[in-house]
Design a protein around this ligand. Structure first.
Ligand SMILES: [Zn+2]
Ligand SMILES: [Zn+2]
Length: 361
């Protein structure tokens, strides 16, 4: 297919590290980047693609095209390290393939380690929590089963691999690479800094707001952690010149993009509060926000809505409307939320405080 060809892009840090951005077709119509970074004796791959379809082939082709451009052969076997930005299959799935061709040291954050090393267990436990969340959110049984199938699909793509080191164990630094833990989009999500360039994984992206899921599905995810991590990275990397994400185009103004993403979430929180003048379920809120989603997007929409409702409930903007029913019905019953009296004013005050640089939670 003509549209499937994308080329490797080249970047360079202020101190001469060479960065090659390799586009990989992670899933149908969905692209992710792996980055090959060459500096001194370090030959580092940041993220790996999904292991699905032509993702591994794309990686091999990327290495061939880089070898040509630097006029020196470089293969997977030459890698010294592989850094995983977070435990989502489009970023680490390719490890299953790369491991067969490379003895590179694989690193991940402590909180995502089990996703790589105990993948099957982790998927089943998370799926169980997801089903309970969907039931409580008012998603009908048939739709729940479809979502379950989507959720379990990556099971065929990956079998566990051993991790060689974790980021906290190496004091968040490997040679010139520095790591910052940014929980939210993923529990063990990190951004990686090299000189004046930041690899943002899926924590900060251009054009799209990184997906949020409720923390009840995985500890250390959720909107509250995410918003806090946004502020954290803004300070930690305030002087970077370029941000390279796991998807979409590079960014030059990190602070501006953080503010935009933050504003988007506040807008969504406000929308939900407006809707919840009339009591409703997470499933109905999701339909109101995102319309009728199809396929995998059904899962993304309900998780995104659930993350925002969870945040509002956690911080006292919502109450449960049908408490009586919950008391009588066999659990878990469907929960209906409604906003508390002064919720909209409270949210406005919080947003203003955030603008002045206060911590957001
Ligand atoms: Zn992700
Ligand atoms: Zn991703």
């Amino acid at each position: 297919m003509a549209s499937s060809k994308r080329s490797v892009e080249f970047f360079q840090t202020s101190e001469g590290a060479k960065i090659f951005q390799i586009p990989l077709n992670a899933f149908p119509g969905f692209w992710v980047y792996a980055y090959l970074v060459l500096i001194d004796d370090y030959k580092v791959l940041i993220d790996t693609g999904s292991n699905w379809g032509t993702s591994n082939q794309g990686l091999e082709e990327g290495f061939e095209s880089i070898s040509e451009s630097i006029e020196e052969q470089i293969n997977l076997a030459d890698l010294s390290h592989i850094f995983i930005t977070h435990g989502h299959i489009d970023h680490f799935g390719g490890l299953a393939y790369i491991r067969q061709h490379s003895t590179a040291q694989i690193g991940v954050h402590e909180l995502d380690r089990r996703i790589l090393s105990n993948y099957e267990e982790r998927l089943l436990v998370a799926a169980q929590r997801l089903m309970e969340f969907l039931r409580e959110s008012g998603v009908p049984a048939e739709e729940r089963n479809q979502i379950y199938d989507y959720y379990m699909f990556p099971k065929s793509l990956f079998s566990s691999v051993d991790v060689d080191f974790t980021y906290q164990a190496v004091d968040m630094q490997v040679g010139p690479f520095r790591f910052l833990h940014t929980p939210g989009h993923g529990a063990g999500a990190v951004v990686i800094r090299l000189h004046d360039i930041l690899f943002s994984g899926d924590h900060i992206l251009s054009g799209i707001s990184p997906h949020q899921a409720p923390e009840r599905l995985t500890l250390n995810t959720g909107l509250s952690h995410y918003l806090e991590s946004l502020e954290k990275v803004k300070t930690w990397a305030s002087d970077v010149k370029l941000v390279l994400g796991g998807h979409k185009n590079p960014l030059t103004d990190l602070g501006k993009r953080v503010d935009e993403i933050r504003a988007l979430h506040f807008h969504r929180l406000e929308e939900i509060l407006q809707l919840l003048e009339t009591p409703n379920t997470v499933s109905e809120i999701s339909k109101n926000l995102f319309g009728k989603a199809e396929g995998y997007n059904t899962l993304l929409a309900i998780e995104e809505s659930g993350a925002h409702v969870e945040y509002l409930y956690q911080y006292g903007y919502l109450s449960i409307y049908n408490l009586e029913e919950l008391n009588q019905e066999s659990r878990p019953a469907v929960i209906k939320y409604c906003r508390v009296n002064d919720a909209l004013e409270m949210l406005k005050t919080l947003e203003k405080k955030g603008e002045k640089g206060y911590v957001l939670i």
